[in-house]
Design a protein around this ligand. Structure first.
Ligand code: ZN
Length: 330
């Protein structure tokens, strides 16, 4: 997530009436065809409100922040609130997962910022665990300006190793590193970056990936065309990443292909277009994975329902989800 987050967070501070209103046209479970689909939902008013919002929309999957995503410190989630969240989430049947804050830079060339980021990630993983979330999406970060990506990638690996020290039972939650657009000195916009990080960490039970469609497109992966999508998934196979994917962010892009700019748009109203979502939804390799929108919410949660309805027709031509276990469990 990045491009549209301003809208999400403005409401986290001062909820807009439209953001609070239940959508007039929520999704029905039959429309979702058993797939794990939804959007990023606000925790404004407490994490319990996120469950209510996701239910109101008819989602089967949802992403949440664990605290204000633009602040280092935040009040703790009280044990009672966490228990209530777990109960409500479980009885809703909705798969919730987390997204870490934006201030974190685990690849930073500044030792104090890197250490602070690791500490913040420890806090976020503890929060996510208390809510029973299976994984937390984390941005790989950025290096110093003009620096080769290898140095930043090494720092990311070094700090992530400290998150789960060898021999410790540590948190049971997984970390899903997100594919980025490649703005500035960001790392993680090339699949090779993330493949190298995962190989170095050598801990498939704890580290995986989250693919963001707008970021992939802006980073130069032509997933809108049949050939481009085939080449992209071929790259995933070649780099042994297919089984490491834990979730998708479904976003169209307001920035052009290959621009390395991160701006999210409503599905079918950006430069990416609906064809990419058709291919992703019909690809049986992803049919059991949660997929969430991070698209603008000018019209509140109604926008999320509208965006998902733009791609739901593709499900009628897709393979059914695999029976059995849900993703993200360690
Ligand atoms: Zn993100």
């Amino acid at each position: 997530m990045r491009g549209n987050q301003g809208g999400v967070e403005k409401r986290a501070r001062a909820p807009h009436p439209k953001a609070e209103a239940a959508p007039a046209h929520p999704l029905s479970s039959s429309e979702l065809s058993g797939r794990l689909l939804g959007a990023h939902v606000s925790i404004s008013g407490g994490v319990g409100r996120a469950v209510e919002r996701a239910i109101q929309c008819g989602f089967s999957a949802a992403q949440i922040f664990l605290k204000n995503c633009r602040q280092w410190k935040a009040p703790a989630i009280h044990a009672g609130e966490a228990t209530a969240f777990r109960r409500a989430a479980s009885s809703s049947g909705i798969l919730f997962f987390g997204h870490a804050g934006y201030l974190l830079n685990l690849a930073s060339s500044s030792e104090p910022l890197g250490a602070q980021s690791l500490e913040a990630l420890r806090d976020e993983t503890a929060r996510a665990e208390s809510l029973g979330l299976p994984f937390l999406v984390v941005h790989p970060g950025a290096g110093a300006r003009g620096e080769a990506p290898e140095a930043a990638l090494s720092r990311l690996v070094g700090r992530l190793r400290l998150l789960f020290p060898a021999g410790s039972s540590g948190p049971s939650i997984r970390i899903a590193l997100e594919t980025m657009a490649g703005q500035g000195s960001q790392i993680g916009w090339r699949l090779e970056h993330l493949a190298w990080v995962l190989e170095e960490l050598a801990d498939p039970c704890r580290f995986g990936l989250c693919l963001d469609t707008a970021h992939l497109w802006a980073a130069g992966y032509p997933i809108a065309t049949r050939t481009g999508y085939r080449n992209f998934t071929g790259e995933l196979e070649r780099l042994a990443l297919v089984d490491r994917i834990l979730a998708f962010h479904l976003n169209d892009s307001a920035a052009p292909f290959g621009s390395r700019r991160d701006r999210h748009a409503h599905l079918g109203r950006g430069t990416l277009g609906l064809a990419a979502f058709d291919q992703i939804l019909r690809d049986p390799r992803w049919s059991g994975l949660p997929m969430v929108l991070e698209t603008p919410k000018e019209d509140g949660m109604e926008d999320d329902c509208r965006n998902l309805r733009a791609i739901l027709p593709f499900l009628s031509q897709s393979c059914p989800p695999p029976a059995g276990e849900r993703p993200g469990k360690v």
